[in-house]
Design a protein. Structure first.
Length: 442
């Protein structure tokens, strides 16, 4: 197949490389795993064959994540939220209003977050060899071992062979292909940064909020992401179809398994062409909920009098609304001495809350904020659901000038640079289970 034209979508200050292949009746976005390079896809017989199969029944959209492949490099780690922005930018540039998502390995958590946050832009979800929480998350020694191998041998093919291929060919051609894949996929520093984020990310909270048809595929002998991770995904995504495949390699395309490429393409085609994702009524989405509240507002109102208090409130409201606009928050309602707002990204929500707290202090008032990420129900002019209730309770635990978040929020902003102080486990009023809370630092 002739390699498609590579184009670039702008996501903030970063340019994301993407390609569009085929002209099928629906869009399919391929979310790559660890590292990728679209130019290499079309040089490899298995890769080229597999993507040609997908493009035969869909309009296939490929892209390289920021800091990998043909996309712009950046300092530091890209958060799930930023990568979700990148996918949205690629879809917009490709004129894709709605698409099915195929998330592979490390691409799975981002595909999950996008699907839950933008169900109106998601037709269906397919996950292969993926996870919600990396199977090796709890092993610091495991992480150090991965980083040490990258530092020592990235660009030789050794890291990819050890981590992704249970059986490796002995011939020199195979090792050269892995070495080229590493070098053209990412720099050693970028590769190490991605590994660290893999082990910090925990998307288990998102799984019950997936409302589109989902298919989970996993190889029984996968050495990189054990089969238990796939079974967990299928057990916790409502209505998910689960299929275990034979084999002992994580990435069948790297090892050139054309038969497995056909098997996976067949399963994806059958699932997507027979799905009814477009008929799903969307009234619930994943969102980060923010509550703000002016501390001791009644006392301040009594001290200032109605006129001065009203003028102070107006300045407070103006400040909050400016920050909501700056961080792409959605004002749901003004609560008199505070706000209820929602965000499509948890890191932006946390930064918005911290910014509000800092900017209102010169007004002589203190604001406390609480955040939680979860499924919300959309009403005409309001939002409801357990996530809203939890966010309100979290806000009630914050002190003057503090921003407090649930563990769900903290888990989803791994790699964002945000710092937290553990506030311990709390029994929140009206909730059957205790919740671990964190105070935002800085």
């Amino acid at each position: 197949m002739t390699p498609p034209e590579t184009r670039y979508a702008r996501s903030g200050d970063i340019r994301i490389a993407y390609q569009v292949v085929g002209n099928g009746p629906f869009d399919l976005v391929y979310v790559p795993g660890y590292v990728s390079n679209m130019d290499l896809y079309w040089d490899g017989p298995a890769w080229s064959h597999f993507f040609s199969r997908l493009a035969a029944f869909s309009r296939l959209i490929l892209f390289d994540k920021r800091s990998t492949g043909l996309s712009d490099r950046m300092a530091g780690v890209a958060t799930l939220e930023e990568r979700m922005d990148d996918v949205r930018a690629v879809m917009d540039a490709a004129h894709s209003e709605k698409a099915a998502f195929y998330g592979v390995s490390e691409g799975g958590p981002m595909a999950l977050l996008f699907t839950a946050t933008y169900p109106d832009r998601t037709r269906a979800l397919v996950l292969y060899g993926s996870y919600a929480c990396h199977p090796s998350t709890l092993s610091a020694e495991n992480i150090d071992q991965h980083i040490a191998t990258i530092d020592r041998a990235w660009g030789t093919g050794e890291y990819t062979a050890q981590g992704f291929c249970a059986r490796t060919a002995a011939d020199e051609t195979f090792w050269r292909s892995l070495a080229r894949f590493e070098r053209q996929g990412a720099s050693p520093s970028a590769a190490a940064t991605i590994v660290k984020m893999q082990f910090e990310t925990d998307a288990r909270h998102i799984l019950p909020t997936i409302r589109v048809p989902a298919l989970v595929l996993h190889r029984i002998g996968d050495p990189r992401i054990t089969v238990d991770a796939g079974r967990y995904l299928a057990a916790h995504i409502p209505g998910a179809k689960y299929l275990e495949l034979p084999g002992i390699d994580h990435n069948f395309l790297l090892t050139g398994e054309r038969d497995m490429a056909d098997r996976v393409a067949d399963e994806i085609e059958e699932f997507l062409t027979g799905s009814r994702g477009s008929d799903v009524e969307i009234d619930r989405v994943l969102s980060t909920v923010l509550f703000t509240d002016i501390v001791e507002s009644t006392k301040r109102a009594a001290e200032l009098g109605d006129r001065q208090w009203r003028a102070l409130l107006d300045r407070h409201d103006e400040t909050v609304r400016h920050q909501l606009a700056r961080f792409r928050g959605n004002e749901v309602k003004n609560l008199g001495d505070g706000f209820l707002a929602t965000f499509d990204g948890p890191a932006r929500a946390v930064r918005c809350a911290a910014s509000i707290s800092e900017l209102v202090r010169p007004l002589g008032i203190m604001v406390r904020s609480g955040l939680h990420t979860g499924e919300i129900e959309l009403k005409r002019d309001d939002v409801t659901g357990i996530a809203v209730h939890i966010a309100a309770r979290v806000a009630a635990e914050a002190g003057a000038g503090e921003t407090v978040v649930s563990s769900t929020v903290r888990d989803l902003v791994a790699g964002s640079g945000l710092r937290f102080e553990d506030r311990g486990i709390h029994a929140l009023k009206g909730l059957p289970e205790e919740v671990r809370l964190y105070r935002v630092l800085g």
